[in-house]
Design a protein around this ligand. Structure first.
Ligand code: ARG
Length: 460
């Protein structure tokens, strides 16, 4: 005989190693608050269904609140033989209120209980992450507004392409985050249904009211199928998919920040408080924060793959495999929150080195397309214009001159349609200002886009 809560049919105690191997209390204790929240809703419902008396319900709720206080003041001792947070809490409750505590699990199973707990816990975390993501976006858009006139080279293939404004670049980042925010809200919507009442897998014979527990817990409605309810972990996978894509975006941003802080680019400075030094090279200031965010992308994407692999061959309904959902999910939430916090603090503190950005934009013949467009406006066919400008660039490389630094006579060697007004389009300011349409890099467009982006975020 064993002293386990389910020990009735067993003839010998569980092997000590197996107890430890099968236990989840080491990591699922962090679900305690949501476990108790779910139990209070369940007990409340059992009373209205006539399964518990009013006195029993009140004793259970008071006892659960005491257990929660014990946990929060560090008095609760978690027990491995009690396997998980659900049985630890139930046992602590029974320790406090006696035999009535043993009635709490009526019409319920740990299978619907754990599914409910994770959904409640993740819903709170999603809301916290939404707030932090919003704070990051606000800081990013604010910086974009300030840098609407700051000219830098835009790249394709990491080769100088055309001038853009730094504000425009930052708003491109914000678009990635805006989509991530939308994906997170989609995930929350599908998550927000109550599995409670599915019991082990088939439902229960008690006259339970699933609508009531769903609404007590702030869920939109009960889930529709009891088998699916205890086996579904889509919400965890969807969350990790959101997180992987968010981190992929933040990793791309990190990569650019790291490049830009290098002496070779020299586009930005990160404040000292976000950087670290070298133990051997006294001159070093390393961009550790973006490097770590880039690195943590690997672990978050790994967790997504873990969960997909965890689920891929499971028959219906609940299997113990599902206990393995927690650590990847918990670590994903922790990692995303840390990365968002680091970025939300750091991004608004970026200092643009405007002169250096401008110099770089000049160096790469970034207004070559503007010259071709100018020739087209003079009646030259685009392919011929392309050829003419290509020759001008080759001359510039040879002479060490940007297009805007050549004299009119020098430019006219390549086409006699070029007139003095060409210099208006060859300047970097003229080039960005000319891209004046929705989604373009013209400073007034960037300012308008930043304004509507801030409004969108404020209306959430
Ligand atoms: N600790 C378990 C988990 O995390 C709770 C559910 C256990 N259910 C069961 N039938 N063994 O999934």
């Amino acid at each position: 005989k064993t002293n386990q809560q389910w020990g009735g049919r067993f003839n010998e105690p569980t092997d000590a190693f197996v107890q430890r191997f099968t236990a989840s209390i080491q990591f699922d204790q962090r679900l305690y608050r949501h476990d108790i929240q779910g139990s209070i809703a369940h007990a409340t419902m059992l009373e209205t269904a006539g399964v518990l008396t009013t006195e029993e319900r009140d004793a259970i709720i008071a006892g659960l609140n005491e257990v929660q206080a014990d946990i929060e003041s560090g008095k609760q001792e978690w027990s491995i033989p009690l396997e998980d947070v659900h049985m630890n809490v139930e046992s602590a409750l029974t320790g406090k209120i006696g035999i009535t505590g043993k009635k709490l699990h009526t019409g319920r199973s740990r299978n619907d209980q754990v599914a409910t707990d994770i959904r409640l816990w993740l819903r709170d975390e999603i809301d916290a992450i939404s707030r932090e993501l919003t704070r990051l976006q606000q800081g990013m858009i604010g910086l974009a507004e300030n840098e609407a006139d700051t000219i830098m080279p835009g790249f394709t293939h990491l080769q100088t392409a055309q001038p853009v404004t730094f504000g425009h670049h930052l708003l491109a980042w914000n678009e990635m985050l805006e989509r991530d925010f939308g994906r997170l809200q989609d995930c929350r919507k599908r998550l927000n249904q109550s599995p409670l009442g599915a019991a082990a897998l088939a439902g229960t014979t008690y006259p339970i009211d699933r609508e009531l527990t769903a609404s007590l817990l702030g869920f939109e409605q009960p889930t529709r199928n009891s088998l699916d309810s205890v086996s579904d972990r889509d919400f965890a996978i969807e969350f990790c998919a959101f997180a992987s894509l968010l981190l992929t975006h933040m990793s791309r941003m990190s990569e650019e920040l790291i490049l830009w802080t290098s002496a070779q680019f020299n586009f930005i400075d990160l404040p000292d408080r976000f950087c670290t030094g070298s133990s051997i090279m006294p001159q070093k200031k390393n961009p550790d924060v973006p490097e770590l965010v880039r690195g943590k992308t690997g672990r978050v994407t790994g967790h997504l793959i873990s969960l997909l692999t965890l689920m891929k061959s499971q028959p219906l309904a609940y299997n113990k495999d599902n206990q393995e959902d927690k650590e990847p999910l918990f670590d994903t939430v922790d990692t995303v929150k840390d990365c968002l916090r680091a970025f939300a603090d750091m991004i608004p503190a970026i200092e643009a080195k405007k002169d250096s950005m401008l110099e770089a934009a000049k160096r790469g013949f970034s207004t070559a397309t503007d010259l071709a467009d100018y020739l087209v406006r003079q009646g030259v066919a685009f392919r011929d214009a392309h050829e003419i400008v290509g020759k001008s660039v080759a001359y510039g490389i040879q002479q060490g001159k940007d297009l805007s630094e050549m004299s009119l006579e020098e430019l006219q060697q390549f086409s006699d349609t070029i007139a003095a007004d060409v210099f208006e389009v060859l300047t970097l300011e003229g080039s960005v200002a000319a891209r004046d349409h929705i989604g373009g890099t013209a400073p007034n467009q960037v300012r308008a886009a930043a304004k509507t982006a801030l409004q969108r975020v404020a209306e959430r």
